[in-house]
Design a protein around this ligand. Structure first.
Ligand code: ADP
Ligand code: ZN
Length: 522
């Protein structure tokens, strides 16, 4: 009965004929008065899970949302369906806020989006007490947990809601939460008689690729040339990088723009609109771009740098292919990114006891393992989100073209011997210069050109060495001294390589660096 009614609402208001996986189940649980924890990937259709019951209940559904842009978007989308909705946040004047509160009082609004600060103020909670509230929805619920990847202190106070409204159904929604974060959200929101719904995080239409950071810009341009007029995102770490990248792409003839938090709001909305209307094809952005941008035909997401953890990565690539069409995501990985994040985490000081650096380092390590993996990437990613996968996907770069291996024992011996003669005191670039016999100013000054292994492996190119050394670090032949300026030291396996008959097998680089035009190996 209720199910039929909800299907009618889906059709009458939203024009959709069928529920997506879990939507119906979630809606039923809410209608039964239960609390709900819904874990669904981006694009899975979380909003409808509370919008449909909101329309079926008497009274007001209160939705907590972390960003003003998100609230505006949702309210505008609902207006298109003729659903009365509004938002309240601290940027509005008192008069504007009062006007909306009056409308709520007069039952003219069905869904009210509020910022967490607004909702948890005692005055506002008391106001809600005197009007008829039907339910609460907590969007981006992972923001409540310091174990998650986007902790927002304002969210912590949301635990108050249950104290004021112990009997109203509450639904917490998020696209990313590992097991610890999940439990933390449930505890903090005081979800009691709740049901947990977890949709599959698999996005089979997204093809995952990881590649070395070598000659990034040229390779990005080549990639873009192969798919004219498609739209996509390129994520960079810094504002400056987004600007440089969009400039280079414009020079190459692409409709590209940059986007970062340093632009004024007019510039930002220009880029957003241009992108939504397909006038801007490529947005080179910092992570500031994305949340709240609902565009279905994003065909590719490129990461110019490696993100700090798999949650962020998953969320960012999830912006590709919401229309279920085949989309490509490419992560350019270089070890420099790991050093960048490690340094940043080590320098960051936070007051929150749980916002601990050890956890951040552990998450970074998982991200790095993903980037360096030689097993199916989709398995790693889904595994991370607690989904057991028994088969390779056949669709990521590792599955499509597994790298062949070669005997690199001699190279490993040379590298280790040079490392020891350099007193385990240099970083990777210097070690490579020594092995290749490249007499830089630093090398001349330190007299490193006089050691016995100087120039002993000049036939191996710089990028190849980088690739090999990274692999050797993973194998434990070398160690990176994170606490000592990232210099290379002998790893646990080094003695076996040097003094026993241990065979070192490495994967061939993905590119043939010795040939012009760095063609992918076939
Ligand atoms: P999420 O918040 O989980 O990222 P949204 O709620 O924004 O996802 O939904 C993503 C898109 O899917 C929206 O355009 C929405 O209108 C659409 N959508 C949601 N549910 C359905 C459905 N049952 N049938 C068709 N489209 C749907
Ligand atoms: Zn795979």
């Amino acid at each position: 009965m209720l199910v039929q009614e909800s299907e009618k609402i889906l059709k009458d208001y939203f024009g959709y004929s069928r529920f997506r996986p879990l939507q119906k189940e979630i809606i039923s649980a809410i209608l039964e008065g239960k609390d709900v924890f819904a874990l669904m990937p981006t694009g899975g259709g979380k909003s409808l899970c509370y919008q449909v019951p909101a329309l079926m209940f008497n009274g007001l559904c209160v939705v907590v949302s972390p960003l003003i842009a998100l609230m505006k978007n949702q309210v505008a989308a609902l207006a298109q369906y003729n659903i009365p909705a509004a938002y309240l946040n601290s940027t509005q004047s008192n008069e504007a806020q009062e006007l909306i509160e009056n409308k709520c009082f007069n039952k003219e609004i069905k869904l009210l989006y509020v910022s967490p600060e607004k909702l948890t103020s005692e005055t506002f909670l008391n106001f809600l007490k005197i009007i008829q509230v039907s339910m609460f929805a907590i969007d981006e619920a992972h923001c409540i947990s310091a174990w998650g990847h986007d902790f927002r202190p304002e969210y912590s106070k949301l635990s108050k809601i249950k104290e004021f409204f112990p009997t109203k159904p509450m639904v917490a929604l998020t696209a990313t939460a590992d097991t610890i974060t999940r439990q933390d959200i449930i505890n903090q929101l005081q979800l009691t008689d709740y049901e947990l719904f977890t949709a599959s995080f698999d996005r089979p239409n997204i093809r995952m690729n990881v590649t070395t950071g070598f000659h990034r810009i040229e390779r990005i341009i080549r990639f873009l040339n192969s798919r004219p007029n498609q739209t996509g995102l390129i994520y960079c770490l810094t504002r400056q990088e987004t600007e440089e990248m969009s400039k280079k792409l414009q020079e190459a003839g692409f409709a590209a723009r940059c986007y970062h938090a340093g632009l004024n709001s007019k510039e930002r909305s220009q880029v957003q609109h241009g992108f939504l209307n397909d006038e801007v094809h490529i947005v080179c952005a910092t992570v500031a771009f994305g949340m709240g941008i609902h565009k279905n035909n994003v065909r590719f997401v490129i990461h110019y740098n490696m993100p700090r953890n798999l949650e962020s990565y998953y969320q960012e690539i999830g912006r590709a292919g919401r229309d279920q069409e085949i989309s490509d995501v490419i992560l350019f990985y270089s070890f420099k990114d790991v050093i960048h994040w490690r340094t940043l985490i080590a320098e960051s000081k936070t007051n929150h006891e749980l916002d601990n650096n050890q956890l951040k380092m552990a998450k970074l390590a998982r991200m790095q393992q993903y980037a360096e993996a030689s097993i199916c990437r989709r398995r790693i990613l889904l595994n991370y989100f607690g989904e057991a996968v028994h088969e390779d996907c056949g669709n990521c770069d590792v599955c499509r073209k597994p790298r062949s291996r070669f005997d690199a024992t001699l190279l490993a011996k040379k590298a280790l011997s040079a490392c020891i003669r350099l007193k385990e005191a240099v970083q990777m670039p210097t070690l490579i210069d020594v092995l290749r016999g490249n007499k830089t100013a630093l090398i001349a000054e330190q007299g490193y050109d006089e050691i016995k292994t100087f120039g002993s492996a000049a036939n191996v190119s710089y990028p190849e060495w980088k690739d090999y050394l990274q692999q050797m670090i993973n194998l434990g032949i070398f160690d990176i001294a994170y606490d000592d300026n990232f210099v290379l030291k002998r790893g646990a396996l080094s003695a076996k390589v040097l003094y026993e008959d241990y065979i070192v097998e490495l994967a061939l680089p993905e590119f043939d660096f010795s040939r012009k035009g760095d063609q992918p190996r076939s």
